[in-house]
Write a protein that binds this ligand. Structure first.
Ligand SMILES: [Zn+2]
Length: 414
């Protein structure tokens, strides 16, 4: 292949995925607008029309803004690649530093920092305009900036050694470097999963042991019935940033914790909390987390192998606007352009995730009353202003959770 041919393929793929994203978003908007005037049958009893319309408006506002983001991201990617942005930044780093490893690391960090800075106005608008307009944002600007600074520091402390290690292995390990890098990547991810609950999450949120004795007793009984040993039940101050509610598990082995957002506990009854927890236990029982980790690792092995193949060609670099190939630039170009070429994996990964949600629901209704899970889900949809009428195709493509109506219908049948 020639560089020109690859540039043509890249630009066509970028154009097609951007058009596909815009088309799906338009469909989603049209579907929501067409169903804005009436609450869908199954929810007519529990959800007032005003809430349904708020959900429609909130989802539409987010979708419309995301469309602007698609265009911006596509333009930015073109500027960085074919227009020579990365080549230019790499040139500066080469002029300032002499060691190739330092040149590589600084180029990658500079490009990542620049794109985060350029994305910053979008994130600010999302949080302080859209989320705020619908009453979800609880974040102040100082808190937002402190969060950003902390994330940056954590990212540098964990990411820099990893990046240095990866580039070093890529240079030194010869033909099978990708196997070495993959092993380091696997160990790194497991390490993060292990330290996340105790060391990273507490940097951003307060976790207090669950105090409510009645709830503790109920949850304890459920955990015992399901044969689950938890390292602790915690309440997280999610209300510090957002009014959205959630519950989740983190960690492995002895560090395994169950975390409830304070916003969730405020809104749900004990029975509903139990049902939500039973759903989470379903994920655990079916080893969904493990399965997902294993499939992610398998995919990353495939990607690293592919990167090895591409690195050995000239057209990969030149087609993407880089005239002086290096390992660092290969890594950077590969991971920046990968989302374009792997766009069609979206529906597959979403379907895989929705399958897990159905399995967890099925498990939950064996442990607790299905009516409790249904009413908990309705409350969560209502509080999160999640639309009850997504476009079916849009949902198939992106949704990690089944649409409310489908999910509840299936629970009622069980
Ligand atoms: Zn789930």
């Amino acid at each position: 292949m020639t560089a020109t041919q690859f540039t043509f393929i890249f630009i066509s793929a970028l154009l097609l995925t951007t058009l596909a994203k815009l088309w799906l978003a338009r469909r989603h908007l049209a579907h929501i607008a067409a169903h804005r005037d009436a609450v869908p049958g199954a929810f007519r009893e529990q959800i007032p029309l005003s809430d349904h319309q708020k959900a429609a408006d909130y989802t539409s506002a987010k979708t419309r803004f995301a469309m602007l983001g698609f265009l911006f991201d596509a333009a930015l990617l073109l500027v960085f690649t074919v227009a020579g942005g990365i080549q230019f930044i790499a040139g500066l780093c080469h002029a300032w530093f002499s060691a190739p490893l330092v040149q590589g690391v600084t180029t990658i960090v500079a490009v990542l920092m620049m794109s985060s800075l350029l994305e910053l106005p979008f994130n600010l608008y999302r949080t302080f305009v859209i989320e705020a307009r619908f009453g979800f944002n609880k974040m102040t600007l100082p808190l937002y900036l402190i969060d950003a600074l902390k994330s940056l520091l954590v990212g540098l402390i964990l990411g820099l050694p990893l990046l240095l290690g990866v580039l070093w292995l890529m240079e030194r390990m010869g033909e099978y470097w990708w196997l070495y890098v993959w092993s380091v990547w696997v160990v790194f991810n497991l390490l993060i999963l292990f330290i996340y609950p105790s060391f990273i999450a507490p940097l951003f949120n307060k976790f207090t042991p669950l105090q409510d004795e009645a709830m503790k007793a109920r949850i304890g009984a459920l955990l015992q019935k399901c044969g689950f040993a938890a390292g602790g039940l915690f309440v997280m101050d999610g209300s510090k940033r957002s009014a959205h509610g959630n519950a989740y598990f983190t960690g492995f082995g002895k560090t395994k914790r169950i975390v409830f957002f304070d916003t969730l506990l405020e809104r749900l009854s004990i029975e509903e909390v139990e049902a939500v927890l039973a759903h989470e236990l379903g994920h655990f029982k079916h080893r969904h987390v493990m399965k997902r980790i294993v499939s992610t690792f398998a995919m990353s092995l495939g990607f690293l192998w592919l990167l090895d193949q591409l690195m050995q060609t000239n057209w990969f670099y030149q087609g993407l606007g880089v005239t002086a190939p290096s390992t660092a630039l290969a890594l950077l170009l590969f991971f920046m352009t990968l989302p374009i070429f792997s766009f069609l994996l979206h529906p597959l990964l979403s379907a895989y995730s929705r399958k897990h949600e159905f399995e967890a629901d099925a498990y939950a209704v064996k442990q607790t009353a299905s009516a409790d899970l249904i009413s908990a889900l309705v409350k969560l949809y209502q509080d999160n202003a999640a639309t009850l009428t997504p476009d079916p195709l849009h949902s198939r493509f992106y949704d990690s959770h089944p649409p409310a109506a489908v999910r509840i219908a299936r629970l009622q049948a069980q």
